[in-house]
Ligand binder design. Structure first.
Ligand code: SF4
Length: 291
């Protein structure tokens, strides 16, 4: 519940309903972020230059993650998204997803490069993961150059994931991939993805982020694209190219938060500052909102 009204969500179907005619008293507003992304580990065997995950070794304690999930659920959070690094490199990852799904009513989602998926891993996640995001930056030779893995392998991973849960394709958009958006949308449709999420490249120590010209190309493509797959686009990185006024239906900035593998809660994954979570995660949420 929030100033926008009453938000109903079903984690199995993914259906969201906002009852915006309901006036909710301020004391009943949900205190939790609607969605928390959680970097379980910094470990990942790929070496994408635009990766924002810190390169020092760090991983969250499993029991603390579960306790925080229960606390967030009670405070009105709708979903947790496991990422990293690569979340499937986290020890006993399937068991953690199962425990969170059974102990809370939240959606359990994950973002993965896909290359560790096997039929056994898919079986162990079935019923306890509600949505998967598969990272595919470019197609064919572009993907292989950027990710250093065969494109056929990620296409195989998409086939496996299609038997697990609804899934989407995440694509970092930069000078290498902005010309391949038609091919990416065609790939997403062909493998049965229900969404193509476009992520303008963010600056890291190794890359300057998407250029203004490529950001304009991206927006132009979105405005004219005729795709069968649903499109979603991150505002982060497009600030110069988008209107500053809120877009109708856009989530408030604090609807999402990010917990890094060192246990620091941040407004988003690229934020330089945050609040260490020492005990209660909702206490850290409160401190981050007041910071
Ligand atoms: S696959 Fe993801 S976590 Fe791994 S290096 Fe690439 S961007 Fe980073």
């Amino acid at each position: 519940m929030s100033a926008s009204g009453v938000h109903l969500f079903d984690r199995v179907s993914g259906v969201n309903v906002l009852l915006d005619e309901v006036r909710v008293p301020a004391e009943l507003f949900s205190r939790a972020p609607r969605y928390l992304s959680v970097a379980l580990t910094n470990a990942c065997e790929l070496g994408c230059v635009y990766c924002y995950a810190p390169k020092h070794a760090a991983a969250l304690d499993r029991e603390r993650v579960l306790a925080w999930a229960v606390e967030l659920d009670a405070a009105g959070c709708l979903g947790v998204g496991f990422g990293g690094g690569e979340p499937t490199a986290y020890r006993r990852f399937a068991g953690l997803c199962s425990d969170v799904a059974r102990s809370t009513s939240m959606a359990v989602t994950l973002t993965t490069h896909g290359h560790r998926f096997t039929p056994d891993l898919v079986d162990s996640l079935r019923g306890v993961v509600h949505f998967v995001r598969l990272s595919v930056d470019g197609v064919g030779a572009t993907y292989e150059r950027l990710r250093g893995r065969p494109f056929a392998s990620v296409a195989r991973a998409a086939g496996l994931l299609s038997t697990l849960a609804p899934f989407g394709i995440n694509a970092v958009v930069n000078a290498d991939t902005v010309g391949e958006l038609d091919a990416l949308a065609e790939f997403a449709d062909r493998v049965g993805a229900c969404e193509l999420l476009l992520l303008p490249e963010q600056p890291t120590a190794a890359t300057p982020g998407i250029s203004d010209a490529d950001a304009q190309r991206l927006l132009q493509w979105v405005a004219t694209a005729r795709t069968k797959v649903r499109l979603a686009i991150s505002r982060t990185g497009l600030e110069a190219a988008l209107p500053t006024a809120p877009i109708p239906g856009e989530l408030p900035l604090d609807a999402h938060m990010h917990l890094d593998a060192g246990g620091v809660l941040r407004p988003h994954a690229y934020a330089s500052a945050g609040v260490p979570v020492s005990g209660s995660i909702m206490e850290a949420v409160r401190m981050l909102r007041e910071a």
